[in-house]
Design a protein around this ligand. Structure first.
Ligand code: SF4
Length: 370
């Protein structure tokens, strides 16, 4: 299939690996920011094919994984109300809150619906004018434009029984938080291509300069990832720290101006909590003042929910690249995709789920057969 198979060509992958091997003279630690890239790296065994000196550190770029427990609990509380139709993408339904998940709320009679676009939720609102319809709007800069468009349309069409439970997060402040951590080992980044296709690349040169790290905008297919790694290693070996775009077929330098204008109209920057990491200043979006009536947290008065993370789950360390999923004692035993203790095991983009799917059989027998 065009644009997919051609970026999985084994011969070209072999050539790129040879070039990476020929360039590498010492140990380097490179973080792929995006969960989709993590999934691709583990699925295709890219980390195992690289020279031993290159370590891939898995970053916090899985949107389901970083959505804080507090927001999940707010979603559960709203979804359980009798007059509410709660709409979400399917991957959020199994994410555990403090005591249950959205599937459990649905099984107890809550009207929880899986939709494939936030605009589907708006259609449901138009069809059910006597019910409150809420869409669970989570994710990075990638998903935010469609959610912003939905709120914009709701206001434009005068649909008042629609609201958005917002937990949007932003990549650049997370990169800064990772680099400021005293435990940080990251020396270079593969920046998330789909985020840059919306936002462009202008936010990254100041970060590359401040932290003296190369940043390569990278796609998701095996050749994309190998080329991103090759360019990052080349910069590291040459002592450079620049922003390069290795995904020009999807990422123009200026991003998507129409999407950015919509985001600027509907959202404003706010501090956000990241699951397992904590609050990162100015790292997310909330609805701006002129759209505040569409904010589900205010509409349903759930602004004061506070919860504690599981003491067993080490997903915060996984998300910061401090440990690998297999370093967690619960991996593959107490915690599996069927019984996840943390969000990194629920989402298909989560590092724990990726290791469970593709690396479980590499583990000792008692884990592999759990
Ligand atoms: S394996 Fe499970 S318990 Fe351990 S860090 Fe991952 S999600 Fe948390």
């Amino acid at each position: 299939m065009k644009y997919l198979d051609e970026f999985s060509n084994p011969e070209l992958a072999h050539n790129l690996l040879e070039r990476i091997r020929a360039t590498t003279t010492r140990r380097w630690a490179i973080m792929e920011v995006c969960g989709g890239q993590t999934h691709s790296i583990i699925r295709h065994g890219i980390d195992q094919l690289l020279p031993d000196q290159i370590e891939m550190i898995h970053g916090p770029g899985c949107p389901v994984c970083v959505t804080p427990l507090e927001i999940i609990d707010k979603a559960l509380e709203i979804a359980a109300r009798p007059n509410v139709i709660f709409c979400s993408f399917g991957d959020m339904l199994r994410v555990p809150g403090s005591s249950e998940d959205l599937f459990r709320v649905k099984s107890k009679g809550g009207d929880v619906r899986v939709v494939y676009s936030p605009l589907d939720a708006l259609t449901i609102a138009r069809e059910n004018p006597d019910r409150q319809v809420v869409f669970f709007g989570i994710g990075f800069e990638t998903t935010a434009p469609a959610n912003a468009m939905t709120v914009y349309q709701a206001q434009r069409l005068g649909i008042e029984n629609f609201s958005l439970l917002v937990s949007h997060v932003l990549v650049p402040p997370a990169i800064a938080a990772i680099m400021e951590s005293p435990d940080c080992r990251v020396q270079g980044f593969l920046a998330a291509g789909h985020v840059c296709s919306v936002m462009g690349t202008a936010e990254y040169p100041p970060l590359a300069e401040k932290y003296r790290v190369p940043m390569v905008v990278t796609g998701f297919e095996p050749l994309d990832i190998l080329e991103g790694i090759r360019r990052a290693v080349m910069q590291l070996e040459q002592g450079r720290h620049e922003v390069e775009n290795a995904y020009p077929r999807a990422v123009p330098a200026q991003g998507n101006p129409a999407a950015k204008a919509m985001l600027e109209d509907v959202f404003e920057v706010t501090d956000r909590g990241w699951r397992g990491i904590g609050v990162i200043p100015r790292s997310g979006w909330r609805l701006s003042e002129r759209y505040r009536d569409y904010d589900a947290e205010h509409r349903f008065s759930v602004t004061d929910v506070h919860t504690d993370e599981s003491s067993i789950c080490r997903s915060g360390e996984v998300l910061q690249g401090l440990i690998k999923p297999t370093d967690c004692a619960a991996f593959g035993t107490k915690c599996t995709p069927r019984n996840p203790l943390g969000a990194t095991m629920v989402s298909s983009e989560g590092a724990c789920a990726a290791y469970y799917l593709y690396r479980r059989l590499d583990q000792p027998a008692e884990v592999a057969h759990a």
